[in-house]
Ligand binder design. Structure first.
Ligand code: NAP
Length: 290
């Protein structure tokens, strides 16, 4: 068996196309959706991600403000910037690119963002609403993108066993909640660094979502034949033969495609979906102002 591709590029293009009319409606009502992206420091991967987000805004006619701060920026200075963005009624979405430098408390800074502008969906108000299955929350982009991709491909989650590997607040935990929530109706197991015998957990799963950050951790031999594999991981691995000196690989061995029924490519799977869902959250936030 060779798995079908869960093509995040095509799906994200469809998500973006569906946003165009909504963005025009906002603009007709005098509100141009506006995303502010703040990045602190020189992490190369973070700059690549921010670039992709800004380019998506440009494609769609969403206004973007890109605030780049040096590694030495104090937490107090960043707090002032967030506070100003909260007060600016022309800004609808605020994103603080993770990771922040070690001298900053990422969680308390996220807590400062006005929940109605929290387009990353990490604020406790939004995560709390997600747990309550309320529809008035901004949902974290990556797990929401995974759900949209599964739906787009016509993959049934109802009654299926799903294993989410990773329990971060931005990916693993909300992913497990979304898969288990009414409507998706999967039976979910959460794996993490203390899980015993991950191989058996994987072999029992109809759907695996790997969000770990360890290159090729999930082996081909761990995949139940016909399972759906969503690889969230993006890992830079040194490669002298590559022009950039590195290649991007996922958390799942590529050869898993020989066993799975569906699999996301890395790159080109979950990454584009994350960006598309960020655009959608920004539009949702702007629509609240009409
Ligand atoms: P994170 O905050 O570092 O969380 C990683 C999770 O993996 C933790 O829950 C950790 O368990 C678990 N883990 C670590 N080692 C493990 C092991 N040996 N076995 C089982 N579980 C293990 O990372 P994240 O932010 O969730 O991101 C995960 C990956 O997804 C990264 O590669 C990241 O770059 C990628 N990512 C991709 C996108 C995208 O758009 N494609 C978006 C976000 C993130 P503990 O809780 O026990 O420590």
């Amino acid at each position: 068996m060779v798995a079908s591709l869960l093509d995040g590029k095509s799906c994200s293009a469809d998500v973006e196309a569906a946003l165009v009319g909504r963005i025009n409606n906002c603009i007709d009502a005098g509100i141009r959706p506006h995303l502010a992206v703040v990045i602190v420091g020189n992490d190369p991967a973070s700059h690549v991600y921010v670039g992709a987000k800004i380019r998506a805004c440009q494609r769609l006619g969403i206004k973007s403000t890109h605030i780049e701060l040096s590694e030495e920026t104090s937490e107090l200075e960043l707090r002032k910037i967030i506070s100003d963005l909260n007060d600016d009624e022309n800004v609808h979405g605020i994103l603080i690119q993770s990771p922040l430098p070690e001298h900053m408390n990422e969680e308390s800074l996220t807590d400062m963002i006005d929940p109605s502008k929290d387009v990353d969906g990490f604020h406790p108000v939004n995560l709390g609403r997600l747990v309550q299955s309320r529809d008035d929350c901004l949902i974290p982009c990556t797990p929401n993108g995974v759900m949209r991709l599964l739906e787009w491909a016509g993959i049934e989650t109802k009654g299926k066993t799903a294993l989410v590997i990773g329990r971060s607040r931005n990916v693993g935990m909300p992913q497990a909640i979304l898969l288990a929530s009414k409507g998706a109706d999967a039976t979910v197991t959460i794996g993490h660094s203390r899980t015993q015998d991950m191989e058996s957990q994987c072999l029992g799963a109809d759907i695996i979502v790997a969000a770990v950050g360890r290159p090729n951790m999930v082996k081909k031999s761990w995949i139940k034949p016909g399972a759906v594999v969503v690889d969230v991981g993006i890992n830079r691995v040194d490669d002298d033969k590559s022009e950039r000196g590195y290649v991007l690989v996922g958390d799942v061995e590529k050869s898993a495609e020989e066993v799975a029924s569906w699999i996301t490519p890395v790159p080109g799977g979950v990454g584009p979906m994350t960006v598309a869902m960020l655009m959608e959250n920004t539009v949702v936030a702007a629509e609240q102002k009409i």
